[in-house]
Design a protein around this ligand. Structure first.
Ligand code: NAD
Length: 361
């Protein structure tokens, strides 16, 4: 790692802005030297936390001591701040969803290229342990070839905060949580998308979605269901994954769960019929004890560089970004496709062909 210390200013010192400040407290290479927020009370909070409070964005951008701008404002202003910071020759870290529309990200990518500065999106949930566990199950075929995955986050508190209720700020759960779950899925499944079908929910009466379900079929045969809800008083498992030789489940953020795997070494006994409701069934009876074994989920070692370390390696030309802007762009276009599918009630095919760069002006 480098010996140099980079100076970073956080723009938007709310919930996530102050979380970044905490995460960076002990970072060897990045020093948070200040913040800028449009709200007086947040500037006071910054001073109280020991960070200089800049009076304007232009004061941040004209300060030659600043190497990095980290954007953690609501989503609608990510683009204008990012482009201005890149034009001022700052490197930029930006919160998710990077922008509301893919055209805006293209503009940012162009500004990063023109100014030869790094632009990296904080898709932090690629480092989540539940995801890395499932990715290991998938990559190492621990339940055989995975052919179906269900990824869900569900709460019962409705849409939180204020701006997340409003379209103009890029509110709604698809942009807020969907971006994480879709990013994880596309990062894991190395295949083009064959079709997308979605529905958004508006149970709470907001102008933005309070949840959604999307079915994504991949060309390699993997099918998936991604679901976010904010009106779920009973939660379903975080992950439910089926493979040709078993099933894996992760119930919660504490990675409680298991794998149940076919026991091919043992002679498989036919299941005994059970009474189910008003009928009898062998098909739905639990498999005989000898037919399956239940095992713990694999442990994941943190194989990747941390997010911030990777950002520094990228700036110093020592590594490729773990979160590539082209991947972020694909997720953004997928979310645009999900909005269209939900609105038209149609299955959308050939997503990756329609959205290949050669087809987009
Ligand atoms: P928040 O409302 O708590 O904070 C946003 C702050 O930005 C507020 O203090 C607001 O005054 C300030 N702000 C608004 N417009 C500004 C502008 N033009 N210039 C400077 N400051 C401005 O919101 P939040 O929950 O912290 O979300 C902020 C961003 O972080 C969003 O993009 C959100 O999606 C993202 N986020 C990411 C994660 C994650 O895990 N990666 C988690 C939560 C939020």
């Amino acid at each position: 790692m480098t010996n140099r210390t980079y100076h970073l200013v956080i723009v938007g010192y709310g919930g996530m802005g102050s979380y970044h400040a905490k995460l960076l407290e002990d970072n060897q290479n990045i020093d948070v030297i200040g913040t800028f927020d449009i709200l007086e009370e947040r500037r006071e909070a910054s001073l109280a936390d020991g960070y200089k409070a800049y009076e304007s964005l232009s004061a941040v951008l004209s300060d030659s001591a600043v190497d990095f701008v980290l954007i953690s404002t609501p989503n609608d202003v990510h683009k204008e701040i990012a482009v201005a910071a890149l034009n001022a020759k700052k490197h930029v870290i930006c919160e998710k969803p990077v922008t509301i529309y893919s055209e805006e990200l293209l503009e940012i990518m162009e500004a990063a290229k023109r100014n030869d500065r790094a632009f990296i999106v904080h898709q932090n949930r690629r480092w989540d342990e539940d995801f890395l566990t499932i990715k290991k199950v998938y990559d190492e075929k621990l339940i055989g070839d995975v052919f179906h995955m269900e990824s869900r986050v569900q709460g019962a508190n409705g849409i939180p905060g204020d701006w997340r209720h409003l379209k103009v700020y890029g509110g709604g759960m698809l942009l807020d949580w969907g971006v994480h779950l879709l990013d994880q899925l596309l990062y894991m499944v190395d295949s083009k998308i064959a079709s997308v079908y979605a529905n958004l929910s508006y149970i709470l009466g907001d102008e933005v979605d309070d949840g959604f379900q999307v079915f994504i079929m991949f060309e390699n045969g993997v099918t998936s269901l991604v679901e976010v809800g904010t009106t779920n008083f009973i939660q379903m498992p975080r992950w439910y994954v089926k493979g040709t030789k078993g099933t894996a489940v992760i119930n919660d953020w504490d990675i409680n769960g298991k794998m149940v795997i076919q026991n091919l070494a043992e002679a498989v006994e036919a299941p005994k019929p059970i009474k189910a409701g008003q009928g009898l069934t062998k098909t739905m009876a639990p498999p005989s004890e000898k037919a399956v074994r239940s095992t713990d989920l694999p442990k994941v070692e943190q194989a990747m560089e941390s997010f911030y370390d990777n950002v520094i390696s990228v700036v110093e030309g020592k590594a490729e970004p773990i979160i590539k802007n082209e991947e972020v762009l694909r997720v953004l276009r997928l979310m645009e496709t999900i909005f269209i599918s939900a609105e038209t009630n149609e299955i959308i095919k050939d997503f990756d062909y329609v959205n290949s760069e050669s087809n987009i002006k």
